[in-house]
Design a protein around this ligand. Structure first.
Ligand code: FE2
Ligand code: FE2
Length: 256
């Protein structure tokens, strides 16, 4: 690959320049350097893609164990990123959340099937076990120092906290709950309740939207609820597109 040799100071833009004095070795070195830089960028992109793909498959393993579908975790990523953008958060954050949010339930890998797939209500003892999944998920994901994994760990740990302090595992309250956890809490509730589970059927959109409104300020961040409800049509469209079989990641992303 050839690169343009920079003009010298004082050379007019677009002027024909005689580079015949440039040593051939310098030109070879410059071209080698350009090739190396291009390969380095491609490698960095490959590493980032691999990291995201491994995380996605880890989340998939947890969701399939829970009896959910790949569509659910895919939608959670897209919906969380969309809500983050609607809330005015930077693209850099929403892009990271897009890939971190699907990890929210990765800790369910550590929950026995007898509890996870129980077709009826859980006993209090079983709930104690179930409520460990945020901590388990955080332990799986934290400590790497990689931004995407750190955010995924934060989401896993905080997606069941409640705005009024009545959630789990740490009973965090209000703004002390990380924003990513508050965002995922709403979109996970919306998506989970509007799909069939082994223990109940999907609820109608309006019923779930009313439930979110009713839980504003108690379960959910009221500011985020206001934004979510103002753009409820977007989230229903995403869900409908996914259920209509329009399930590729690219299609869902362009739907936001
Ligand atoms: Fe969860
Ligand atoms: Fe979920």
């Amino acid at each position: 690959m050839l690169i343009a040799i920079p003009k010298l100071p004082g050379e007019a833009p677009g002027a024909r320049v005689d580079h015949s004095g440039v040593s051939p070795q310098i030109e070879i070195l410059a071209n080698d350097l350009a090739t190396l830089m291009q390969e380095r960028r491609a490698l960095q992109q490959q590493v980032a893609n691999t990291r995201r793909e491994i995380l996605y498959r880890l989340a998939l393993a947890a969701e399939l164990k829970d009896g959910d579908t790949a569509d659910h975790i895919e939608r959670i990523g897209v919906m969380a990123a969309h809500l983050a953008r609607l809330a005015g958060l930077p693209v850099s954050f929403s892009a990271l959340l897009r890939h971190a949010a699907p990890m929210h339930d990765v800790g369910k890998i550590g929950i026995p099937d007898s509890i996870l797939k129980k077709p009826g209500p859980l006993t209090e003892e079983e709930w104690v076990v179930m409520r460990t999944h945020p901590t388990v998920g955080s332990e799986i994901l934290s400590g790497s120092g990689i931004a995407l994994l750190d955010l995924a760990a934060e989401v896993a740990l905080t997606h069941h906290e409640r705005f009024d302090g009545g959630g789990y595992p740490r009973r965090l309250k209000g703004q002390t709950i990380p924003l990513a956890g508050r965002i995922v809490s709403i979109v996970d509730f919306f998506d989970a309740l509007t799909m069939d589970r082994c223990y109940r059927e999907a609820r109608p959109f309006q019923e779930v939207l009313d439930a979110i409104a009713a839980d504003s300020g108690t379960r959910f961040d009221p500011d985020l609820v206001r934004i979510f409800l103002a753009h409820a049509a977007d989230f229903m469209r995403l869900k409908a597109a996914s259920e209509a079989g329009d399930r590729t990641r690219a299609k869902l992303l362009t739907a936001t």
